[in-house]
Design a protein around this ligand. Structure first.
Ligand SMILES: [Zn+2]
Length: 84
């Protein structure tokens, strides 16, 4: 597939997937929040608190293709393997 010239700019977001140990609901948060801050969050479903870093199940990189106006045109999932 040939990329259009207007979609050559890229940006990335490092995302961590965590799972509530109480009810099993999954959450996606920015990895700096999970891995660097090791934040506790309250589950939106069961309202119990858990530590995101301890409940980390996956970590991926989202790639954003951005046009010349700074608007996102598409996203792509890029697997990170070095952290987990
Ligand atoms: Zn929960």
């Amino acid at each position: 597939m040939i990329e259009e010239a207007s979609m050559r700019e890229k940006a990335w977001l490092d995302v961590s997937i965590t799972r509530c140990p109480w009810c099993g609901r999954y959450f996606a948060d920015a990895s700096w929040y999970v891995v660097e801050l090791e934040s506790d969050i309250e589950c939106g479903d069961c309202h119990k608190t858990f530590n995101t870093k301890k409940q980390l199940t996956d970590r991926v990189m989202l790639e954003f293709r951005i046009d010349e106006k700074g608007k996102t045109r598409e996203t792509k999932l890029t697997k990170l393997t070095k952290h987990i």
